[in-house]
Ligand binder design. Sequence first.
Ligand SMILES: [Zn+2]
Length: 338
Amino acid sequence: MTDQTFLKKSVSEDKRRQGRIQFIVKGSWLASIIVSVFLPLLWFRQLYAGDYTSLSELVLLLLLNITEMLFLFLIVPYHISSMYLRYAVLLAFLVGVVVSLTRMSGLPFWPVHFATNWLSSLLTFVFVGYFASFSVRALYGYMYREPTLHLPFPLRSGCYAVGHGGSSKMINYHAANTAQHYANDILKLNRWGTRARGIYPRQLDAYYIFGDIVYSPCDGLIVSALDGLADLVPSEMDPTHAAGNHVIIMYQDRKILLAHLQQNSVLVRAGQQVREGQPIGKVGNSGNTSEPHLHIHAEYGGSSDRFGDGVGVPILFTEKGFLKRNDILIIRDKFQRE
Ligand SMILES: [Zn+2]
């Protein structure tokens, strides 16, 4: 094979791979809207409709709806539709529970047609187990190991949401990676609780976090700083430069990575000392990222000027503590004076 055919083949393979990634990303965004909006309507319908003839059926239905509610509340990323919807769904569920409980008097314990109900009851038990296992794994992600790092949040002007956060893969896809185990992906919300104009717009400035100033979360030494990579159109991604434009700060033997920064926005260079609250760049969409957001994680060990070869360390942010998916931080210009 000549170099040229090899080059052509690898370019077309790369395009195909990019196409597959874009299809998955767009599909998962659409699925998230469907799950967060339509599933609750489907799931909680029976509570309102009184679609049960005995107490045992009602208990089973409540058990199923509780585990489904936990699945929605803990795992579904609501910044794509609206964070308000997360609480609207919770409210709809609680009202449904009250409505169903008011109808329970006079119901027999066992269903009248037990013979025809046993199969649907068995199926319901299977679903209860299915959603309960998701929820337990998501709740496990609310726990973290010591030692931790205490830092102020690096963004300072608005309402931010956690897209990925926690220590379980159910609520944080980074958790599969040793170094990034406790990494956070941060987005910014508008007044309607959503992170962009549109479901998955291609314009970078349609994402409210794009261009937000990133402040150093500590006094430390810049051990690596990269700029010059283009901000990509969502959903294009650059897996060869995973972190895109980024800064690594060494703080108390921990490396802190702030990644996917905007092209030509990085204000620091390797070897420079930074102070807590000092602007270091802007949120962008460079590197292996599906849309504008800030990635931050801390790790211990490995080489001193690279990320990804250490062990992840949980960060407890002054404003919110340990961040989990769907957490919200409302921050008011703490560092604006500097
Ligand atoms: Zn990330």
